[in-house]
Design a protein around this ligand. Structure first.
Ligand SMILES: [Zn+2]
Length: 195
């Protein structure tokens, strides 16, 4: 039986001290609900914040994680950052986006060079031969883009976990691989699972 068939979303001004002091939004219980800090959020940020907090709600309600435990909070913060803030950054411009764009450019460049080589070799104004095969360049591109995403999720999860648990960075390190690969429940638009 699912105890949480609905979740309230509350908008209010947030406290300036304690764990709430540095939050834009957070989950409280009981009853399990999401608080949006109306004094710290712009309308444009709300979709991202809702994705982040709903990930926490899911992890508390369905995965039975206990955020009083550092590893459990770290686990949920990795998942939330991956699907919320890091996805926004990848869309809107950032280190994550530029790494992914550079990666895509490397793959396209290899393809163009390969096409040029196939069409008549390397001389006479043709492009130099590719340094990598197209497949190799795509693999390298995915690695660069994925590592930018992973760094983003690890950094943001560390920051968020450390607000409640001083050793948050260690907790993120311990749980990172498992949490980052956990897309439960699968959502449309989730990045492709890495194995
Ligand atoms: Zn969070």
């Amino acid at each position: 039986m699912n105890l949480y068939s609905s979740v309230d979303v509350i908008c209010r001004s947030c406290l300036t001290s304690g764990p709430e002091g540095s939050a834009r939004a957070f989950v409280q219980a009981p009853p399990l609900s999401i608080v949006l800090c109306s004094d710290r959020l712009t309308a444009a940020e709300i979709p991202e914040v809702i994705v982040h907090e709903l990930t926490h709600v899911y992890d508390i309600a369905s995965k039975k994680l206990d955020f009083a435990a550092c590893d459990d909070l770290a686990y949920s913060e990795v998942r939330a950052a991956r699907d919320a803030e890091c996805t926004t950054l990848a869309r809107n411009g950032s280190a994550v986006l530029s790494a992914c764009k550079r990666a895509g450019g490397t793959a396209r460049n290899a393809e163009m060079r390969a096409a040029s080589a196939a069409a008549g070799g390397t001389g006479g104004g043709g492009l130099p031969p590719p340094l990598f095969s197209r497949a190799g360049a795509e693999r390298a591109a995915r690695r660069v883009c994925d590592s930018a995403y992973r760094n983003c999720a690890a950094e943001k999860a560390k920051f968020a976990t450390t607000i409640l648990h001083p050793d948050g960075g260690e907790c993120v390190k311990r749980v990172f691989e498992k949490a980052y690969g956990d897309y439960e429940p699968e959502r449309e638009g989730s990045p492709e699972k890495s194995k």
